[in-house]
Write a protein that binds this ligand. Structure first.
Ligand code: SF4
Length: 83
């Protein structure tokens, strides 16, 4: 069984690749806007803070080859917040 739904590169995007640190052939655009942002410090990514704002520019978690499984592993935290 294929798992193509987990990987959606968009190499025609004007901003591709929008983050450094992931090989172009492994770059997943499925989570262009990271759904884990709202988890704050629980997201598990490599964020920093600048002027009090969470800065994700150094994080490749939503774009690397394991991004689908990583994001899905955290989705229960988002659902828990909305209970
Ligand atoms: S991009 Fe990285 S640091 Fe930012 S919310 Fe997503 S996982 Fe966390």
């Amino acid at each position: 069984m294929t798992e193509n739904y987990k990987f959606n590169p968009n190499q025609k995007c004007e901003y591709f690749p929008c983050h450094k640190g992931v090989e172009k052939e492994d770059f997943n655009c499925l989570f262009c806007y990271c759904p884990l942002y709202l988890l704050g410090e629980e997201c598990g990514g490599n964020y920093s803070y600048h002027d009090g704002l969470k800065d994700c520019s150094g994080c490749t978690k939503p774009h690397d080859s394991d991004s689908y499984d990583f994001v899905m592993s955290k989705m229960h935290l988002i659902f828990r917040r909305n209970d």
